[in-house]
Design a protein around this ligand. Structure first.
Ligand code: DOR
Length: 447
């Protein structure tokens, strides 16, 4: 039977629920219609993917796009441009903007700003504060919301929820999985004098292993007591891993490409404050432990924690320098380079960057190449070898900690709901991103 598709992706090696297989993928109405040989298929558009791998669209579950309030560093347009250039089809954006995303008004404002300007699909986290705890159970169910995020220790911006009673109340104030930045605020305050002026190498001593460990231990205990699902963002220490392993019935974990790639003290000696982020990059023993956690299935997702700051801000004197580095555009190539080096299989890459996000956050119709799912694809050339350069970075900050690194494995195209948004380094379709939908908060549909 001859079928007519809107888009046919032909001859690629697809990572599907069946494994890694050569298949053609037919798309109708923005969804995957057929996966198979499709020898007689007709299509309005054909993407010749021979020699390429067709992966489910990469979902970056942690980005900071700075709008509103700090558009000199990034905005929803520039951040999402960087995303699609890097092969990312959807992003979940963090609430530490100015004003922070802590109310319905602020959420509506972000969704309105995203509409017709963001190049990829998107959802926003709502920030927990001592003042909005009572509203979180309602806010987390609004359309376009990825869930609640709580900063248990202070980082960039004003968001903070550090008192034990408030954390416990917040964990009882809703149902969806809660994402946390896990560093202990009291210990951060006590140790701040250890951050030595002009010496960023002291960053991981100020924000030490124990700061992360005690916070994670406490929040796991409180989440267990509340019966609430928890997601610990950017896990950085070997010491948190056994705690997480004891909590797999309700807790999930993220780490970042930076923490899997860089290590102290070398990164601080080479990059200075450009390597400063929270929680910090630590010594190689933590990086090794995180890789073991990746291979043992303890890490559920890898998010970029894309957190751009300008060069001018980064070149102030530590510790007056902001923490964070961009990453949404380099996530795919850095991880494919690890695939190439044998640290990660391609199916595990997919598990960490699409299927894992869908599983832990309940994303509706995304995260796998399967019939009826959104036609989101990250098409990659696993053999392409190129140097990452600052000049390639579309983020307003204009730099990457990976400048000068040659990686093997690059995104070739970004396809979102059947539309080729990026191809060979050019953005082809502007501002077509839509809010991501979640299974726990599906709105009633007229259809
Ligand atoms: O390094 C970081 N930067 N860690 C965070 O938690 C926040 C982020 C930012 O927004 O700059």
């Amino acid at each position: 039977m001859s079928q007519a598709f809107d888009l046919l992706i032909r001859g690629g090696t697809c990572v599907t629920p069946n494994g890694v297989e050569e298949a053609n993928v037919g798309v109708i109405g923005g969804r995957i219609a057929v996966i198979g040989s499709l020898s007689n298929a007709k299509a309005a558009e054909v993407f010749e993917a021979k020699g390429l791998h067709v992966l489910p669209g990469v979902i970056d579950t942690q980005v900071h796009f700075r709008e509103p309030g700090n558009e000199h560093k990034e905005d929803l347009e520039s951040g999402s441009r960087a995303a699609v250039l890097g092969g990312v089809t959807a992003v979940f954006e963090m609430p530490n903007t100015n004003p922070p995303t802590t109310s319905r008004l602020a959420l509506d404002d972000k969704l309105a700003r995203a509409s017709s300007r963001m190049h990829c699909d998107h959802a926003f986290y709502v920030g927990a504060t001592p003042d909005n705890i009572g509203a979180l159970g309602i806010l987390e169910n609004l359309p376009g919301v990825a869930g609640v995020k709580a900063f248990l220790g202070s980082s960039t911006g004003s968001l903070l929820l550090d008192h034990e009673d408030d954390i416990a109340t917040m964990l009882k104030a809703g149902r969806r999985r809660v994402a946390v930045h896990s560093e202990d605020e009291a210990r951060l305050r006590e140790r701040k004098p250890l951050a030595k002026s002009g010496d960023v190498r002291t960053h991981p001593f100020w924000r030490d292993v124990e700061t992360a460990r005690v916070s994670t231990e406490r929040v796991l205990r409180l989440a267990r007591q509340a019966g609430r699902r928890l997601h610990v963002l950017h896990v950085t220490t070997a010491e948190e891993l056994p705690l997480l392993a004891e909590a797999r019935d309700f807790a999930t974990a993220e780490t970042t490409p930076q923490h899997l790639t860089l290590a102290a003290p070398e990164c601080y000696e080479r990059l200075g404050t450009y390597a400063q982020m929270n929680p910090p990059i630590r010594e190689a023993r933590h990086r090794d432990a995180l890789w073991r956690a990746v291979s043992e299935g303890l890490i559920d997702v890898i998010g970029s924690d894309h957190a751009p700051h300008t060069r001018e801000e980064k070149e102030r004197t530590y510790p007056d320098t902001p923490s964070g580095m961009p990453g949404v555009q380099t996530l795919v190539t850095i991880l494919l380079d690890h695939v190439n080096a044998g640290r990660l299989s391609l199916p595990r890459f997919v598990d960490l960057t699409s299927a894992g996000a869908a599983r832990i956050l309940g994303i509706a119709g995304k995260g796998r190449i399967a019939q009826g799912y959104d036609a989101d694809f990250t098409i990659v050339d696993v053999n392409a070898k190129r140097k990452i350069e600052n000049s390639w970075i579309a983020s307003k900050c204009g730099w990457t900690p990976f400048d000068g690194m040659t990686t093997t494995g690059w995104p070739v195209a970004t396809i979102i709901r059947g539309q080729t948004v990026m191809r060979d380094g050019a953005v082809l379709a502007e501002g077509r991103g839509a809010p991501v939908r979640f299974v726990e908060t599906l709105a009633p549909s007229a259809a």
